[in-house]
Every structure is written in C-alpha cells, then in structure tokens.
Design a protein around this ligand. Structure first.
Ligand SMILES: *[C@@H]1O[C@H](CO)[C@@H](O)[C@H](O)[C@H]1NC(C)=O
Ligand SMILES: *[C@@H]1O[C@H](CO)[C@@H](O)[C@H](O)[C@H]1NC(C)=O
Ligand SMILES: *[C@@H]1O[C@H](CO)[C@@H](O)[C@H](O)[C@H]1NC(C)=O
Ligand SMILES: *[C@@H]1O[C@H](CO)[C@@H](O)[C@H](O)[C@H]1NC(C)=O
Length: 752
C-alpha cells in the first residue's frame, strides 16, 4: 500500500481509484481506528512550480510527523489518506483515539478532530437527489438580467453535476478565464466532460470511504446538478455521497475540495452543506473557508434547515456569508373543496387533482391507523402505519412532522388512499411547500388544518376533492421566512449575528430530467419537465451568483466588501410594505433573516462598505483566545496578537450583535466609501429598552476609498429584560444610498 500511496505527482488525480482498490484489498484492522483530520494551519507558495515541489515536500513532512507518533514512516504512509498541500496545511488519517489524543498535544498542531459527517442542506432526501440527474435552472433568474460574470468562476461543493444538463450549455461563451488552473477529473478524452460553461469537475471521496467503509460504491463527479449563475463559469467539487447514518459529506473531503478550489482559481465557492454548530477549528467548512477568504475567494454557505429552533444556524464563522431561506411571490395553489361548499387553499405540484364534482370521504390518518402502529405514527403517515381496509378510497389528512412530505403521500397511496392533505403543525404555521406528490394532494396551513379537523369531527360524512395545481404570481405576503430555515443566535460566537442574509429557497422551480420521476422514488414512473425544491441549499446559490456578479463588476473588492454590499443593501419589508414575517405570519427577526432579503441591483452600488482583511480575522482569533504562536500557523507570515485583543463586538462586521449588555458598551466600526464623495448622516432605530448613540452622527467623504470610523454606544435603559434579545438598526444615508446594519442586543443584569 505504501508504494501505491507514494506515486508520482502526475498520477495524483488517479488517487481515488487507487485508494478504492487499496481499501478493498485492506483487511479490516483494529476496530478502534477512526478517521481524523490533523490541522496545522496554512501554507504559502509562490509559483505553480512551487506548488508541485511543495506537494512532495509537504506530504513527506506529514509522513515524518505522523511516523514519529506511530513508530515508522511506513505506518504513517498507510494511515494518511489526504495530505492538504496547497493552502491548507494538514492531513487526514485513520488513527486510534489514543494516537489522535497524542497528536493533539503537539505544539505545531492547531486541532485534531474526527472526520465528521455533514448533511446536505436540502429538505429532500438523497433518494430524491440521487436520481435527480438534471440541471436546475432558477426561473427567477436575477442573473439572466445582467450579462455580467463571464469571467467569474463559481465553484460548488456538493453532490456533483450532470454535465449534459441544460444548465451547462456553453453557447456564446468564450474560452476559460485565464486564471483557471483546475481540471476535469475522469474526462475520458480531453473536452468530453467539461465545456466552456462547466469548466471543472473534481471529486473527493476518501474521507467518505474511510468513514463508511467500502460497502457503498462511490461514483464519479457526474451526478446531480445545481443551477449556477447563467453567465458565470461553473466548477463542480463533489464531496457528498449517498448518506450513511445521516451523513453524506465528510470533513476530510470538504477540506481537500477547498484546498483544490483555491488552487484552481475560483472566485466564489457555494457550499450547501453543514453540520451542527461546531468550533471553527474542528469544522472542515470553517477551516476551508478561512483559507479561501484569506486568498480572496468569497464563500457562501447555507444556514441549514433545522429551523425554527433558536441557535440552529450552522456555518457561523465570520468569514462566511451565511444564507437563510424565504419564500417568493409565486405559489402553486391547489384547493380542497369540501361538501359544505367551503374551500381551503393549499400548495401542490401534484401532476393532477381529482376530476371534480365527485366527492371522496375525508378522514384523519389516525382514523386509518394500522393495528400494530401507534397513534403518533399514523398521525404523521409514517411507513406502514395505515390500514388499507380503512384508508382505501379516501382522502387522508396527514400531519406534518419530520418524515419526508412526499413520502406521506406514498404511504397513503400504498394504503389505497385517493388523495392526501398535508396539514402543518403549529411550528411550521403558514410555510407551505409545493411538492410533486404521487397522488392528488395539497399542503395546508396550521389554522386551515384546525378548521378542517373540526369539520371532519362535526360533519356526518366529511367529503371533498382536490383541484389541479395552478401557478399564481404576485402573491402576498412575500417574501416571508421559511420555518425550516435555521435561526440564530450564533451559538459559537454570539457576538457575530448569523445568518447574514436571506434569499429565495421555497418551492424553487427547476428543470427536470426525463430519466426519473419527480420524487425520485423507484415506484415513481411519472415524467415531468420541471420540479420544485426547497431548502437553504436552494437559497445559497442565489447569493453565490450575486457575489459572482459583484466580483465581475468590482474585481478589486475583497470577499468581505462583497458580503457587506450584499448585507447592507438588503430589505426587511415584504410586498405589503410591512415588516417581513415568519411562517406564523408574525414579525420575523434578524435571527432568521440576518440583514434582510437580498436585493442584487442595490448591492451593485452600496455607497459604503464595512471591509475586513485577513489580519482582522486573525485579530478575531486572538480575541477568541488563540495566542500568537497558534495564529502564526494560520497566517504563515509573522503575526503578533495585540497585547490587549480587541472586543469580539469590534470586528468590523456589517451587523452588530451585543449578547451581554450589562450597563454600557462602546463599539467601533469603520466604513469605506465605494460610491461618490458626499456626506452621510446616521439614523438609529433603537432596540426596545436600549439607548443607542452614534458618534459622530455624520461622515463626510471627499473621495472614493476614504475610510471613516464611528463609535456606537449602547446603554441599557431597563435593567431586567429577562434575557430577551431586542432588535434595531443603524442606517447611514447620503440621500441616495442607504447603508443598513441590524442591531441585536440582549441586556443582562448589572454586575453588583
Ligand atoms: C450506523 O449506525 C449504526 C447504529 O448506531 C452502527 O451500528 C453502524 O456501524 C453505523 N454505520 C456506519 C457506517 O457508521
Ligand atoms: C405492521 O405489520 C405489517 C405486516 O406485518 C408490517 O409490514 C409493518 O411494518 C408493521 N407496521 C409497524 C408500524 O410496525
Ligand atoms: C414567529 O414569531 C413569533 C414571535 O416572535 C414566534 O413566537 C413564533 O414562534 C415564530 N414562528 C416561527 C415559525 O418561527
Ligand atoms: C500558545 O498556546 C499553546 C497551546 O496552548 C502553548 O503550547 C504555547 O506555549 C502558547 N504560546 C505562547 C507564546 O503563549
């Protein structure tokens, strides 16, 4: 095995195959071995030649290092399955727990952490995704309006691509941008896999294989597709594979993909996956994105689909743009018409409704409970929970829970039901998702569900039918927050507000393959031209596309300037000119939408930006308690932490979070003029019970790129707000630009 691992550098990219073979040949060893990532910090290299030279040098250094722990370099060569050699310095290896512990004590090591699995941030299961082998063309394409972005390269870390997809048509595109250094892995012959639109494909599966074992066959990069920005170039980095125990994308592979993507020359990385909130340096996404941002690559991540629970947001590092999901003003109504002439509006993308005028009996799923199922299982229409003798020929009402929505319809159909009503629970409220159900079905709100249940309980013979779905546009209110969208506060660093922004992520239409049915389930032999999907994995690529457009318009902007422009120009009003709501139709907060809903046309001209450079992030790490020795390993260049590190609240972030206001705190921010000369004045919307003073109250900019500092003083007016967060905003304006920052504050008791 050692000889396989010690291959010539030219065959580097054959490694996955060789590794697969080597893993198949390998006898199962001590069961105690698990895979770990050992992280040392960063590298810098000058030229392309330096990269190639350093590959062997760094790999060898990793073998030497691990060899000193395991007793021989050969053992180290067997154990290490990735050496990160481009920008990220570290390796992934199979180790016993004691070995990992010992390594973590070495002073050159920043962190050692298990090769943790992450989930894709889609609400659809892999069963759906795995078969859905076609492109997603976002129909509300904000990108298609602008002909920008042709020289921008957007990398996607996810399930890979299906190159034949319509999304990757290359018509009208010039040759690859000159900075591109990536490859098309597995290309049978030059030019056969990629084209001028899809300029790169790589895949990373060694971390997955080492975690789940060789039982699952891991194919190549050709898989499901994700819509990109139509005019930008796409590069695919496949790191997600069929889930095992709920995990599908592993840290070791994620780091390898980041390391490759930075080298390849991408401008933006779109990352629609994540785990639970995790310390930054024990998390592949946080580490990988740190190095990407340090090297000028903007990283956009999904916030997760674990909402609406507080503190559920993932991908919370301050160098990431974290995206929540909200609705659009388009709906797919399908009505339930009841025998009492009442009608209930739901949402559906079922291919058809009932023929009409023929009424079917309506029952609660619990009324059709199988003898061996529990009441709860039947309520949620879990698999095999319904009795065909009771459900046959009826429309069955299922309650929303955590099992897949479309699967509930299949359970009803298997039990002989002729229709399904999916009724929200209280937590999901008005969040209705149009799914391609396998039978006439519609998804109704919590309040409509309550009314329907009372009708079923009171009517002698409840009956109704479901109409075919239609398409409505201009629906109101829109946008509102999806219940599934993960929410703040940021549990890792509450001083940084997360998510940062929200974008459309509910019932996003996508072109669909003729190769499988819209649910992707094996029994589904229907064929459709489009399908709808929901999740923060659908909202994240919208923001990645916008970041790409901004990069094309303003090549000199840093990732943080791009992020600031996107955040400070967002809106928090819906199309009723009311504050954006959550799915209970109550006022949503910055913990769900961050700065607000993205407005790409405004983001092009933000007026002022809150910028941050690599050193600011290093200072942030000092504030988190890392010392100069540890920081030096990230920065590569010499770096000394200030003797008194800045407050976390002073990080020059475009939003402000004060998680522990005891009495009074003063924070600072710096804005840079990227618009025209002019004078900005401040307006404050104070959080309830908190006094907010900004000094100075006006900022005069004589030229472009001028920077000005200001202070914000927060004073608690009331002492005991019972630990509740309160919300406000600071808005700088020159009359033309509006630079808005949300404020979140939690007041605590004064220290005695
Ligand atoms: C999945 O979880 C089960 C039960 O916890 C465990 O026995 C099994 O080894 C796990 N499989 C993998 C590949 O981790
Ligand atoms: C009930 O019994 C059927 C038939 O034996 C079985 O297939 C099904 O899984 C059982 N359902 C539950 C919920 O245990
Ligand atoms: C909506 O906001 C209200 C008020 O803040 C809150 O009580 C409710 O739980 C929220 N609903 C969701 C689904 O987030
Ligand atoms: C920095 O922290 C590491 C790990 O705690 C410690 O080993 C090292 O001595 C510290 N260095 C300085 C300069 O304090």
């Amino acid at each position: 095995m050692g000889s396989i691992m010690k291959r010539k550098k030219k065959s580097y990219f054959l490694l996955p195959f060789l590794f697969l073979i080597s893993i198949l040949l390998q006898k199962p060893t001590s069961a105690a071995k698990k895979s770990y990532v050992v992280y040392f910090g960063g590298h810098t290299h000058g030229s392309e030649e330096a990269f190639l030279d350093s590959y062997e040098r760094v790999t060898d250094a990793h073998y030497e290092f691990l060899g000193s722990v395991l007793g021989s370099k050969e053992k180290a060569q067997d154990a290490i399955f990735y050496s990160y050699t481009n920008y990220i310095n570290g390796f992934a290896a199979s180790l016993e727990e004691e070995e990992a512990m010992e390594i973590s004590k070495d002073s050159s090591v920043i962190s050692v952490f298990p090769n943790r699995g992450h989930k894709l941030h889609t609400t659809r299961s892999w069963d759906f995704l795995g078969l859905e082998r076609n492109g997603r063309v976002p129909l509300n394409s904000i990108w298609s309006k602008a002909n920008f972005g042709e020289d921008v390269i957007i990398g996607n870390l996810d399930t890979g691509v299906w190159p034949e997809s319509e999304s990757f048509r290359e018509e009208g595109m010039g040759p690859s941008p000159s900075q591109w250094r990536g490859i098309c892995q597995d290309e049978p012959e030059k030019g056969a896999g990629c084209n001028r639109k899809l300029i790169g494909m790589r895949y990373f599966n060694k971390g997955y294989l080492s975690a789940v074992g060789p039982a699952v066959s891991a194919a190549s990069a050709r898989d499901t597709a994700k819509g990109g920005a139509p005019n930008a170039r796409a590069a695919a980095y496949k790191v997600c594979w069929p889930p095992v125990n709920g995990s599908e994308c592993f840290d070791a592979d994620i780091l390898a993909a980041f390391d490759a993507a930075i080298h390849d020359g991408v401008h933006v990385l779109s990352v629609s996956l994540g785990g639970g909130p995790t310390d930054y340096f024990k998390d592949g996404v946080a580490i990988g994105s740190f190095h990407a941002v340090k090297n000028g690559v903007t990283v956009v991540c999904s916030a997760g689909n674990s909402g609406p629970d507080p503190g559920s947001v993932s991908n919370t590092a301050p160098w990431i743009i974290t995206v929540g999901a909200s609705t659009m003003d388009r709906e797919f109504p399908a009505y339930l018409l009841l025998s009492n002439k009442k009608q209930i509006k739901g949402q559906s993308l079922s291919p058809s409704g009932h023929p009409g005028n023929k009424y079917y009996p309506i029952i609660r799923s619990a009324q059709a409970k199988a003898a061996n199922a529990t009441e709860d299982e039947a309520d949620l229409c879990l698999q095999k929970s319904l009795d065909p003798a009771k459900a046959g020929g009826k429309i069955v009402v299922c309650i929303r829970g955590n099992n897949a929505r479309v699967e509930k319809g299949e359970v009803v159909r298997e039990a002989g039901g002729v229709g399904m009503i999916l009724a929200n629970d209280q937590a999901t409220g008005n969040e209705l998702i149009a799914d391609a159900h396998v039978l006439p079905a519609t998804h109704i709100s919590y309040s409509d569900g309550l009314a329907l249940l009372s009708y079923i309980n009171s009517a002698k013979s409840a009956a109704g039918y479901i109409t075919s779905p239609k398409t409505d546009i201009g629906t109101k209110p829109a946008p509102f927050m999806a219940a599934f969208s993960s929410q703040g506060p940021n549990t890792i660093t509450p001083e940084i507000l997360k998510p940062d922004i929200t974008a459309p992520g509910v019932s996003i239409l996508a072109a669909y393959t003729g190769a499988s049915g819209p649910t992707g389930l094996a029994f589904d032999d229907r064929r459709v031209l489009f399908n709808s999907e929901s999740g923060t994995s659908m909202s994240c690529p919208h923001v990645s596309g916008i970041a790409g457009l901004l990069k094309a318009l303003h090549p000199e902007w840093s990732p943080s300037a791009i992020k600031s422009a996107i955040m400070t120009t967002s809106r928090i009003q819906d199309n009723l000119k009311e504050p954006m709501k959550n799915s209970s139709f109550l006022k949503a907060t910055p913990f769900s939408y961050g700065s607000g809903h993205v407005q790409p046309n405004r983001a092009m001209d933000p007026g002022l930006v809150y910028d941050l450079g690599a050193n600011d992030y290093l200072n942030f790490l000092c504030s988190l308690g890392y010392n100069s020795t540890q920081i030096a390993t990230f920065s590569v260049e010499p770096y000394t932490c200030p003797s008194k590190p800045a407050k976390l609240e002073d990080l020059n972030y475009p939003s402000i979070s004060i998680p522990n206001l005891a009495g009074e705190i003063t924070i600072t921010r710096t804005v840079r003029n990227v618009g025209t000369p002019g004078t900005y004045s401040v307006r404050v919307e104070e959080p309830r019970g908190v006094l907010v003073l900004v000094e100075p109250t006006s900022l005069k900019f004589d030229k472009v790129d001028e920077e000005k500092r200001f202070k914000v003083i927060f004073k608690a007016k009331e002492r005991n707000l019972r630990g509740e967060y309160v919300f406000g905003r600071i808005i700088w304006s020159d009359g033309k630009h509006f630079v808005r920052s949300p404020i979140v504050v939690k007041t605590v008791m004064h220290k005695p």
